[in-house]
Write a protein that binds this ligand. Structure first.
Ligand code: HEM
Length: 409
């Protein structure tokens, strides 16, 4: 049988609406809200002929499918390629791209390394680096929020947290972009990102080895679990690779998106300055409002159903987290960015057994950064057009010109 984007073509059940859209068109990726609302309006589940997949975007259904690991598996890939039919471009992740029981073992090790206590212990280092970078950008006055803050901060704190002896900020960011573009179809974005695999992947693989890690970072914790026999040493290297795949580009994106939201909504920035305890809820609202991971997929591991419609085994389903996090039925006024909304239950970090294992760390990084900004910045103003950087799975900015007005002391 001829495959489409590495998966078996889908014959949609009678009654499933057809949505004639290319969700991976760079123009749609750069401005997705019209697509999101068409997807939600069309029905509980739709068929997208362009890639022969089903897609869900209403909050309740997206949440249900994304967290139903018994019917919708991750081991066949969270992108368009079905790993059961075509080998993936790299050995699959032993946490993101597995199902129980394999997933459970890897997850236990990762969750221990990235516990709330680990995040607390790293707080001081996060604050030191944040203070230094924010001092520098405030002195500069006009900055690019991406190149001058969103990228430098995580690419400095994250390798320190993991315990990398040597690092390469560019490779870390670009590796993340490659992994996330690979989740989409074989389009220009994926091909351009993958063209750099030969240069970047060997560096990443080397960076995950024990010799390249200090004895006191998160990476060492993973290798110590291998010494205790919980996982093998090869698996430890694979889990360190998961840190590097999933922990940098996502946070870079989260920070860029936070700067964008706060610069577009000066009243919300004023609220944060007046009450620093809003730093955490503000980040949650940024995540809901911008969904840094906009789309991940699942594969029906057996014949099942979505919202009463039969779904064949092997069907790929796009779970459009960005659409779900903007569903008016769930949020009332989703288009309004409000840092005190406290959007509990948003699915920007996923849901269920694969829910983001790095979320404690991401929150701690953002909290330290927002505190450093509030202490030093009076106003954040747009200083030009924000440009989005289309990616098959990530909603990230390419450029964000900003003017920072120092806070009166
Ligand atoms: C703003 C930042 C972040 C966002 C928006 C984000 C988003 C997500 C999402 C949506 C998932 C679910 C994937 C799925 O169910 O298929 C996930 C899983 C994961 N995330 Fe994050 N993430 C972020 C930061 C991080 C960080 C800092 C790390 C590592 C230190 C990390 C490591 C992981 C890993 C290893 C998984 C797989 C978990 C599993 O399959 O059990 N993430 N993340």
């Amino acid at each position: 049988m001829e495959l489409i984007e590495g998966h078996r073509p889908v014959t949609p059940a009678d009654g499933i609406p057809v949505l004639d859209v290319d969700p991976y068109d760079p123009a749609v990726l750069a401005a997705p809200h019209d697509y999101y609302s068409k997807l939600r309006q069309a029905g509980e589940v739709v068929f997208i002929p362009r890639y022969s997949v089903l897609a869900v975007g209403r909050f309740a259904t997206t949440h249900k499918v994304f967290s139903d690991h018994e019917n919708f598996v991750s081991s066949r890939g969270v992108g368009l390629n079905d790993f059961a039919l075509e080998p993936p471009w790299r050995p699959p992740s032993i946490i993101l791209e597995t199902d129980p029981p394999e997933h459970t073992r890897a997850r236990r090790v990762m969750a221990r390394a990235m516990s709330p206590k680990s995040a607390r212990d790293l707080g001081e280092m996060f604050r030191d680096v944040a203070d230094r970078i924010v001092d520098r950008i405030v002195a500069a006055g006009v900055i690019d929020g991406v190149a001058d803050l969103a990228e430098p901060y995580p690419t400095q704190v994250f390798p320190k947290a993991v315990g990398m002896k040597d690092t390469n900020a560019r490779y870390l960011v670009d590796y993340g972009a490659m992994v996330f573009n690979a989740i989409g179809p074989d389009n220009e974005l994926r091909r351009t990102a993958m063209a750099r695999a030969g240069e970047i992947v060997p560096w990443i693989t080397g960076a995950c080895t024990r010799e390249r890690l200090t004895g006191d970072g998160l990476g060492a914790m993973i290798y110590a679990d291998a010494d205790r026999g919980e996982i093998t040493h090869d698996e430890a290297g694979m889990l360190v690779r998961s840190f590097l795949s999933a922990g940098v580009d996502t946070t870079v994106t989260g920070i860029g998106n936070a700067l964008w939201c706060l610069s577009q909504n000066p009243g919300e920035w004023d609220k944060l300055k007046a009450d620093l305890s809003l730093a955490r809820p503000a980040f949650e609202e940024v995540l809901r409002y911008t969904s840094p991971v906009h789309t991940f997929g699942r594969t029906a591991g057996r014949a099942t159903q979505i919202a009463g419609f039969p779904v064949d085994e092997g069907t790929k389903v796009l779970c459009v987290l960005g659409a779900a996090n903007m569903d008016p039925d769930k949020w009332g006024d989703p288009e309004v960015f409000r840092i005190d909304r406290r959007p509990s239950g948003h699915i920007a970090f996923g849901a269920g057994i694969h829910g983001c294992v790095g979320q404690n760390l991401a929150r701690a990084e953002l909290e330290a950064l927002l505190q450093a900004m509030v202490a030093r910045i009076g106003r954040i103003e747009p200083a030009g057009q924000a440009i989005w950087r289309p990616n098959n799975a990530i909603r990230a900015l390419d450029r964000l010109p900003l003017r920072l007005i120092p806070r009166a002391r």
